[in-house]
Structure formats: C-alpha cells, structure tokens
Write a protein that binds this ligand. Structure first.
Ligand code: UDP
Ligand code: MG
Length: 215
C-alpha cells in the first residue's frame, strides 16, 4: 500500500499533460509521500496516450490504463479507483481547472480526521454562461430531489480515504455518479474552498449529450 494515488481521467489532453505533471510533482514531491499517478486514457484521439507511455518509461510512479474507446469521465475515474493502490486517492481533472496546488491542503485536512475532503468552487472563470447556468440548475435540482446531502458547486476534485474507495468498489451501480455515491456512503466529510481556473488548453470533453447522460 502506498500513501497517495492521483487519479487523472484523460480525453484529448496532450497539451495539458506536461504542465499538469510538472505542477503535480511540484506540490506532491515536498510532501514526502509514496505516490502513484494513475492516468486513464478514455479513448483520446490525440497524442495523449503516447505522451503518457513516454512519461511512464522515465517515472516509475506514473501508471496508466488505456481504454479501447471513449466511455466517459465517470467510467474512467471508476477504473482508476478500482486499480489504485493508495491509502488515499485524489481525483483531479487534467486540464488544470482543478489546481494541483490544492492537493497539499486536501491531504492535510484529511489527516486531521476526515475520510472525504472535497474541493468546493467559489468561482469558476473562463466558462460559458450556458455551462455555469446548467451546472447551477443541475446541482440545485439534485439537492432538492434527493435525500442525500450532495455538496453544491463541487465536482469530482476531492481526496478520499481507502475506506471510501473500498466501499465504492463494492457498489454495483452500472450508471456511476461518484458525486452522489461518495456522500451516500457517509464517513467524516469536510471541504476546502478554491477558485476554479479556466481550462489551460484544448476543449471541454463534456458535450451537451454527455452532460445529459449523467442525469
Ligand atoms: N474526460 C474523460 N472522458 C470524457 C470527457 C472528459 O476522461 O469523455 C476527462 C477530461 O480529460 C478531464 C476531465 O475528464 O480530465 C473533465 O473533463 P472536461 O474538462 O472536458 O469537463 P468540464 O470541465 O468542461 O466539465
Ligand atoms: Mg474541464
């Protein structure tokens, strides 16, 4: 068992991967943990997988799963959680909308006695009015129609303890919705706040169709 797994779903992120790795290592190396970086290539049509393979040759901590086609973000993250070996796992987007620097804070907060620490967006810059309004409506609607306390304005960017990963692995849901499943499981939960950055490079992999399929 290692200290920390970093789970990174990848759909056409060739332009972001080098900067992402650099920023991840910059924050995680000084934390003095045993760590693995687990990339899940979700059927990218660009050079992402070649880049990841190349990185894995020179960095022992870099591992990958390579999907046969595009299955979607939730399935990619789930595959990562199934395979990871960490005593805790951070789920983070590859496009640097989730600032890697926050991982130090997420980890430190977990260590004060939580099994889940999620990252709550205070602002989200660089996103369309349409994206913001649909997200706003989506999270508020979900909050009203479920009895589970799903945190508002929160994506999958969070740290979860091995205890949570092991329960998730036992859940038979075919249609995954980790943002709902993790609060459903319970455990001690806290959060840290951050300002969401714009995507560094490339385009959103979340088409309207994919957004609707989550529902
Ligand atoms: N992603 C994925 N499969 C997809 C769509 C996206 O693995 O079908 C990845 C993507 O590379 C990124 C993360 O999931 O690391 C979030 O996707 P994106 O930034 O495109 O979504 P948005 O931030 O626009 O909601
Ligand atoms: Mg994004």
């Amino acid at each position: 068992m290692i200290d920390l797994s970093v789970i990174i779903p990848i759909y056409n992120e060739e332009k972001n991967i080098p900067v992402l790795m650099q920023r991840l290592q910059q924050v995680i190396n000084p934390m003095n943990l045993s760590v693995e970086y687990l990339f899940i290539n979700d059927g990218s049509g660009d050079n992402s997988i070649a880049l990841i393979k190349q990185l894995s040759l020179t960095h022992e901590a870099i591992k990958y799963i390579d999907f046969s086609r595009n299955f979607g973000h939730q399935i990619a993250v789930t595959a990562g959680l199934d395979k990871c070996r960490g005593n805790a796992a951070v789920i983070i987007d590859a496009d640097l909308q989730d600032p890697p620097e926050l991982i130090a804070e997420l980890y430190a907060k977990m260590k004060t006695g939580y099994e889940v620490v999620y990252a709550k967006r205070l602002t989200r810059s660089g996103e369309s009015f349409f994206k913001k309004i649909t997200a706003r409506i989506f999270y508020r609607l979900i909050a009203r129609i479920t009895t589970i306390d799903i945190p508002l304005d929160t994506g999958d960017f969070r740290i979860i303890h091995r205890k949570v990963i092991d329960v998730l692995k036992q859940m038979p849901e075919q249609q995954k919705y980790l943002r709902g499943q993790i609060p459903w499981i319970g455990f001690r939960t806290s959060y840290v706040e951050y300002n969401r950055d714009p995507r560094l490079e490339g385009e959103t992999g979340y088409s309207l169709k994919k957004m609707l399929m989550i529902l």
